[in-house]
Design a protein around this ligand. Structure first.
Ligand code: NI
Length: 390
């Protein structure tokens, strides 16, 4: 793998691997990345970054580097948190923290960004504009990105654009996945409570049965995506939890449903709560039930800006060659909290293939997840390349 844009070649790959394995051995859960943040801080100081912003959004770190040429302020982001998974790999660098594992590749993201901070500092005069290195906590469902924005991460300096990457086991090492427009889905959730009137299972005429109502509701909700959303617009309504009753011969008082809703298009996303509630209200009316409906907007869709994505695509062609810059059509309904920054600033999010011959074919969030570490060199070249491109 090349590390073409960064001086040092193989040495840098060694350093990337060393950092990645250090982070892999010492994973920490979301918003508890204290040792991780401490390590990154010490390294950044050693590289000569003296005015760091720390504790941003709990444990986040921001380091700013002013380049020698004029250009935009670009925020490069790496996420820092691991998952509550017991690692089942027996590699020498396996997790030393019981029940916690870097099973999503964030260890690699930190290694890439930290090494980029070192390389770019040595080449500051070549940088067009200013680079903000953003080490973000709590990506795995804790909206650490939003916490960092609330702590002012997009100001002082005023960030003009953002760039983030994710290692991806669905793509071969040496390939880069770039796609314009919506990239990852929104992720929202709902809770529905249906209240009826409990009674004897043998005397339904004197009860109002929430179980039958809940059963109809699960199937009725499926008609929203299939009948009300255009087939070209991906969306998902999943009822993941359904609770009612305690035994076989009693009609219970209530039934409770919880679900997740995903969409790529912001307008589709905004319409879904109304549509869901309309179905719930109609069903409740028809079945003589009372209902309570709660909807939580959690993560917006991650939408790529055409201009910033254009820079990413250009750099990707230099790094791996045009034939290995692909559109990841199989992009799953992942959600990603970088969406918050990309809602406020034009941004680009891309995938760096991490699947190798021996390693890296296991899906993200699996207890066997690992990467082909050559992918780290590609990620480094990308981040350095974007910063130098301006
Ligand atoms: Ni991840």
């Amino acid at each position: 793998m090349t590390t073409r844009l960064a001086p040092g070649g193989e040495d840098l790959l060694d350093e990337l691997v060393r950092y990645r394995r250090h982070f892999h051995q010492h994973p920490e859960l979301s918003l508890q990345e204290h040792a991780t943040a401490g390590f990154i801080e010490r390294e950044l100081h050693a590289f000569g970054y003296d005015s760091l912003r720390t504790g941003v959004g709990k444990t986040g770190i921001l380091a700013t580097l002013v380049g020698g040429r004029t250009g935009p302020v670009t925020l490069l982001r790496a996420d820092m948190d691991a998952l509550p998974i017991e690692e089942l790999n027996d590699a020498p660098y396996r997790s030393r923290n019981a029940g916690v594992m870097h099973a999503c590749g964030h260890d690699g993201h930190m290694a890439i960004l930290l090494t980029a901070a070192r390389v770019l500092r040595e080449r500051a005069t070549d940088i067009a504009g200013t680079v903000v290195f953003c080490f973000q906590p709590g990506e795995e469902g804790y909206a650490g990105n939003k916490l960092m924005i609330e702590d002012g991460a997009l100001e002082n300096p005023h960030v003009d654009r953002t760039v983030a990457l994710h290692l991806y086991s669905g793509l071969d090492a040496g390939r880069i996945g770039v796609r314009d427009g919506p990239f990852f889905a929104s992720s929202d959730r709902f809770e529905i409570d249906l209240a009826g009137k409990g009674g004897h299972g043998a005397m339904p005429q004197s009860a109002v049965d929430p179980v039958v109502g809940a059963a109809y509701l699960v199937t009725l909700l499926q008609s929203i995506v299939s009948r009300e959303v255009a087939p070209q617009q991906p969306a998902v309504v999943t009822v993941g939890a359904l609770q009612a009753g305690t035994t076989f011969n009693v009609i219970p008082e209530r039934a409770a449903l919880q679900g997740t809703v995903r969409a790529f298009d912001a307008a589709v996303r905004q319409q879904l709560p109304e549509r869901i509630e309309r179905v719930v209200a109609g069903l409740a009316e028809a079945m003589r039930l009372e209902y309570r409906f709660q909807y939580h907007f959690v993560y917006p869709p991650t939408v790529n800006d055409a201009a910033v994505n254009g820079v990413v695509r250009e750099v990707a062609r230099e790094v791996v060659g045009a034939q290995d810059v692909v559109d990841p059509h199989d992009t799953v309904m992942w959600s990603e909290d970088m969406s918050f920054m990309q809602e406020q600033r034009p941004g680009a999010y891309f995938l760096v293939g991490s699947r190798g011959h021996r390693q890296g074919g296991t899906p993200q969030h699996s207890a066997h997840f690992d990467i082909d570490e050559r992918a780290l060199g590609v990620g480094l070249d990308m981040m350095v390349g974007v910063a130098l491109h301006g």
